[in-house]
Design a protein around this ligand. Structure first.
Ligand code: ATP
Ligand code: MG
Length: 417
């Protein structure tokens, strides 16, 4: 039988890499809790219609990246390709709007897109995201960007730039769309196939093309900034003012349009110069039309999602792997000692010490070798002689010093060392 392997585009996350993930998750929780954001967990699969309506039929995600299948009851379901649509559905379904005020939510979890796997691009990947629902205020946009920036900084990541744009309102885009069609039509034969297709369906997204020739053509395309209404201009100016006030540097990028149809006004990405081709670590923006589009009230909102695989790649570049730290490593031999060893491990754990118990039954020197590999502070040695005396030996691994301590005094003794 051929051996089973992990599916293409997915991977196992094992030690030591897992410690980077844990570090990242802990930092995320701290930063988000500090800003009074509440976690939300939505299902991994949803009705396909949620994504086709919420993300847009003309997007790459809906057009070619979704994991869609019929379940045994013949419902069309899709593994979530992103987090916003599910949060929006939940917001509507649970009547969070009726609670009034602003809802600040965050999520973290696996997303699924059928893409060509490469460094920093997988079929199952993970995102951390926030959604601020119920505010059209520019402070919501700036706060969201500030929190993303705080998080990345708390991880020690530098070499990051915020690309900022406004894609205006749906009305602003009517004229802009026409200007783009007029501009691109003479180049139609030079555009890549996807872009040619987008010319009629969604010309804005041609600006998002990764094709070299198309990108060249985009250089001289009309700028959305010339098509913004006064309201959109004011909003955009205010976001910039707030970011400057927070000393968050950004660069204006009028070509930044984002892949999803529901964005309005602010669009932004955070890019890392240390990532090569997959350089975007964070993408987000305002989506004032989504909740209504999905059948809810007219609720303005803004959010972002950070790709965690890409952050882990960056963390691996700047820091050595964080480790699981073991305080004490218990070695034991002999029937009575082995029985007592588990109880002692549990006592130390309850006292707050990270305690690993060797249950191999191998010779003392082998067990002690593992204690030192685990980089424990001390090995707690229990043999039949120790049990007979109701004692253990503590061997401090840094110095090699060894001492005998009554089991009854062990915790107090370790706490004072
Ligand atoms: P890209 O242009 O790289 O495909 P995107 O615009 O499709 O990105 P978003 O939908 O905005 O990405 O998702 C937000 C973030 O999630 C991205 O900036 C990226 O860090 C991460 N991401 C998106 N797709 C993948 C993937 N297939 N594998 C790993 N990370 C991903
Ligand atoms: Mg993509």
């Amino acid at each position: 039988m051929s051996s089973l392997q992990v599916t293409r585009g997915t991977r196992d996350i094992t030690a030591p890499e897992i410690y980077y993930w844990q570090q990242l998750e802990t930092t995320a929780r701290q930063i988000l809790q500090q800003a009074a954001y509440t976690e939300i967990r939505t299902p991994i699969f949803e009705a396909t219609e949620l994504f086709s309506r919420g993300i847009g039929e003309a997007t790459d995600i809906v057009g070619k990246e979704m994991y869609t299948f019929n379940d045994r009851g013949d419902r069309s379901l899709t593994l979530r390709p992103e987090g916003t649509a599910g949060v929006a559905r939940s917001y509507i379904e649970n009547g969070l709007f009726a609670q009034g005020g602003v809802q600040r939510l965050w999520y973290m979890g696996a997303m699924f897109r059928y893409e060509r796997p490469q460094a920093g691009r997988q079929r199952q990947f993970h995102q951390l995201g926030v959604e601020v629902l119920g505010s059209a205020d520019a402070r919501a946009d700036a706060e969201a960007i500030a929190i993303a920036s705080d998080f990345l900084q708390a991880l020690g990541l530098t070499d990051l730039v915020v690309d900022l744009n406004s894609v205006g309102s749906a009305e602003d885009r009517v004229n802009y769309r026409q200007a783009l069609v007029d501009y691109f039509t003479p180049f139609i034969d030079d555009l890549d196939a996807d872009s040619r297709d987008r010319l009629t369906r969604n010309p804005l997204r041609i600006l998002d093309s990764k094709d070299k020739r198309t990108q060249e053509i985009c250089q001289d395309a009309p700028s959305i900034l010339d098509y913004l209404s006064t309201d959109s201009q004011e909003h955009f100016a205010k976001v910039q003012l707030l970011l400057s006030d927070l000393q968050i540097s950004y660069r204006l990028n009028p070509r930044l349009v984002r892949g999803l149809d529901y964005y309005t006004r602010t669009a932004f990405e955070i890019q890392s110069t240390a990532l090569g081709a997959q350089s975007a670590v964070c993408g987000g923006g305002r989506y004032d039309r989504l909740i209504a589009e999905l059948g809810g009230a007219d609720v303005p909102a803004v959010g972002w999602a950070i790709g965690l695989e890409r952050l882990v790649i960056l963390l691996q570049q700047i820091a050595t792997a964080p480790k699981a730290n073991v305080d004490f490593y218990i070695v034991s031999r002999g029937e009575a000692a082995e029985i007592k060893s588990l109880a002692i491990a549990q006592i130390l754990r309850k006292a707050g010490f990270v305690t690993e118990l060797d249950i191999t039954g191998s010779k003392f020197d082998k067990q002690l070798k593992r204690a030192s590999n685990a980089e424990a502070k001390a090995a707690i040695i229990i043999g039949d002689a120790e049990i007979a005396a109701a004692q253990v030996q503590i061997k401090w691994l840094a110095t090699g010093d060894q001492e005998a301590i009554a089991i009854a005094d062990l915790v107090t003794h370790l706490q004072s060392n």
